[in-house]
Design a binder for this molecule. Structure first.
Ligand code: AMP
Ligand code: GLY
Length: 444
């Protein structure tokens, strides 16, 4: 099959890498991709948000299946565009339409959906600038800390959690008056949930579903979960508290009611659902829905899928997931993200990257993998930084040790060894990926 993956990050590199291993894959294209993707696929320039450019890429390259990485093209209606086009409507497509993408595109829609279908989530109310007084009263009825969320897409930055009520009221006003542009013209205020977070990934055709390996990501910039929020500084998979019992609750209380709810709303959902969950004393609550895979979780998750991922994607797009089973490796995966100095605030680009970062697929041993995100090739043909998150290193493999702790320690050793061998000016990364999991295993 001719496959097109849309997007340019480490997530898309990991998805492309996994698809490349499928015997069903004849030609693989990524638009726009990055130099890492370029080693395993043909890159097509252009933005996935430019629908006519996507169409041109699909038609010119006889693409048979499109897999969408980021949420934005979906929220903008790329699937709907394909369905309405005579030439495109026969092309298989993984990703929900505009209506389904509202699960991520509007926090208010998502919260109301969960409420309607009794899916466990934090108590909430949403407000606009006309209802500030009501919002203040709602804040006063809650206990600190206070969770305020911009309704719309805000590049992962639209959530603020102040500790004091006065700060919360100030924040509310700043959001409503455009702190996150039109995304925060409505604000969702919700109860603070205390617990450990985990990301669960579902691939669904709207009726049946596969659960991909779960992962934990590390959102803050600093060790010990300190400092500013980022897109994600690392990931581990599996997550020890995600037991069969916990997953049973996730299926019966969250995944299945979500699919029934979508059907009930007349939404034909074919694609990924990423559940951001909070484990509150053994019970899962939904923090957020995303309509895509997570980054950097995908860079860990893909390395643990043993079955044919492209076959799952084709079945998803055709509505035939009922016949698929996913095989998940027992191995551990641990991902460390290297970022530009200054990120998530301002940072410099164009720093030369040295070290063995361009690993060709046929030389990959299966132990350590490098997924590119913010890299590019400059005018002199050198590999340079071009973004905040520059690359992710994932280590896994069949460690000889039987002990879970030793497996994580081995993963840390292998990942950090590789991280040390690649350098660029200002390189920054967290040193504590996986340590909390080791602590958790020791304590439980
Ligand atoms: P979101 O963009 O909705 O995932 O929120 C970003 C982050 O804020 C989450 O990953 C959580 O760490 C935190 N968060 C969001 N909602 C809550 C909540 N109700 N209680 C506690 N933490 C939350
Ligand atoms: N790592 C979290 C996300 O992709 O939203």
């Amino acid at each position: 099959m001719n496959v097109l993956v849309l997007g340019s990050g480490g997530r898309e590199h990991a998805i492309a890498w996994k698809i490349r291993q499928s015997p069903l894959c004849t030609n693989l294209f990524v638009m726009p991709g990055n130099p890492g993707c370029g080693q395993i696929s043909t890159l097509i320039s252009g933005s996935p948000k430019d629908f006519s450019a996507v169409k041109e890429a699909v038609v010119n390259n006889h693409i048979e299946i499109v897999v969408v990485g980021p949420e934005e093209p979906l929220v903008l209606g790329l699937r709907d565009y394909f369905e309405a086009d005579e030439e495109l409507k026969r092309v298989l497509f993984v990703g929900p339409g505009k209506e389904g993408a509202r699960l991520e595109g509007s926090k208010e829609f998502a919260k109301e959906f969960m409420q309607k279908y009794s899916i466990p989530t934090a108590a909430f109310k949403s407000f606009s600038s006309e209802t500030i007084a009501e919002a203040d009263r709602f804040l006063e009825s809650l206990k600190a800390p206070y969770v305020l969320k911009a309704d719309g897409l805000a590049a992962g930055k639209g959530v603020v959690i102040p500790n004091e009520i006065e700060k919360a009221k100030e924040e509310l006003r700043s959001m409503l008056s455009g702190k996150f542009g039109s995304a925060s013209s409505r604000v969702v205020i919700e109860q603070f949930l205390k617990g450990i977070e985990v990301s669960v990934f579902v691939l669904t055709d709207g009726k049946d579903y596969l659960v991909l390996p779960e992962a934990k990501d590390y959102k803050r910039i600093g060790d010990g979960d300190t400092g500013l929020n980022t897109g994600g500084m690392g990931a581990v998979s599996p997550v020890p508290f995600v037991t069969e019992e916990f997953m049973g609750k996730v299926r019966s209380r969250i995944i299945e009611p979500t699919l029934k709810g979508l059907q009930n709303e007349g939404i034909d959902y074919k694609g990924f659902i990423f559940l951001g969950l909070m484990n509150c004393g053994g019970d899962p609550y939904v923090i957020e829905y995303n309509v895509r895979m997570g980054d950097p979780e995908t860079e860990a998750v893909m390395t643990r899928i043993d079955s044919d991922f492209l076959s799952h994607l084709v079945a998803c797009a055709k509505g035939e997931l009922k016949n698929e089973t996913i095989e998940i490796s027992e191995e551990n995966a641990l991902t460390v993200v290297c970022v530009s100095g200054g990120y998530p605030e301002s940072y410099r680009k164009g720093m030369k990257i040295s070290g063995d970062i361009l690993i060709r697929e046929n030389t990959f041993s299966g132990k350590v993998m490098i997924f590119h995100s913010g890299t590019s090739i400059n005018g002199e043909g050198e590999l340079v930084t071009s973004g905040g998150r520059v690359f992710a290193v994932t280590a896994n493999g069949s460690y000889l040790s039987e002990s879970d702790i030793q497996k994580i320690e081995d993963g840390r050793q292998a990942a950090y060894d590789k991280v040390e061998k690649i350098s660029f000016e200002g390189k920054n990364f967290r040193k504590d990926i996986g340590l909390d999991i080791i602590r958790y295993i020791k304590e439980s």
